[in-house]
Design a protein around this ligand. Structure first.
Ligand SMILES: [Zn+2]
Length: 192
């Protein structure tokens, strides 16, 4: 049997979100590295269309998640989590979200597309080469930096270990140089 037949078998030939029997196709839950039976959902064109085009999302259509979020299949639960996150400002989706328990690795999968996180909240820190910086990384200064509010100059080539990110500003990190906690601009560092 092929994947489509397997999914039809699993779902009873209805959309695994809303129960519609019309225009069903395979929806591979992104990121599709898993794909296949465990990474796919049989869904109708209405559901797939709204999943893929946030602008067309009709909150009322997703009241179907009231039932389908209890699916035993992680792929279904992951999409339920994403749609509820997208719609949580409506109120009732937040209530469902509070009841929806995902195993830690399933939750990671659900969060992988950034659904439910406002664009403005996604702050990514990058070094001079565009490499993403994380809390705890070590960096090297690529030019001499005057330290604000002191006569100190942090020399080019100085290693700064265990940096911390400024969560409000993607251009700033903090780290300790010569025993002093200083703010450093990300474009003047290179991750090591
Ligand atoms: Zn559907």
């Amino acid at each position: 049997m092929g994947l489509l037949e397997d999914l039809q078998d699993r779902s009873g030939k209805v959309c695994e979100f809303c129960g519609s029997a019309d225009t069903l196709s395979i929806y591979e839950v992104p990121p599709v590295s898993t794909g296949g039976f465990d990474g796919s959902v049989l869904a109708c064109s209405t559901c797939i269309g709204q999943i893929e085009n946030p602008d067309t999302t009709d909150a009322n259509h997703w009241r179907c998640l009231n039932d389908s979020m209890w699916s035993e299949h992680d792929a279904v639960k992951v999409v339920a989590w994403r749609m509820l996150s997208r719609l949580k400002s409506e109120g009732w989706p937040q209530d469902l979200l509070d009841m929806l328990y995902l195993e830690p690795e399933t939750l990671e999968w659900a969060k992988a597309t950034g659904e439910g996180v406002l664009e403005a909240d996604k702050i990514v820190h990058r070094d001079a080469n565009g490499a993403i910086l994380e809390n705890g990384d070590s960096v090297v200064l690529i030019k001499d930096l005057k330290v604000k509010g002191s006569s100190m100059v942090a020399k080019q080539g100085t290693a700064v270990r265990r940096i911390s990110l400024d969560h409000e500003n993607a251009e700033y990190i903090e780290g300790r140089v010569d025993g002093q906690q200083i703010v450093i601009i990300t474009k003047y560092v290179k991750k090591v």
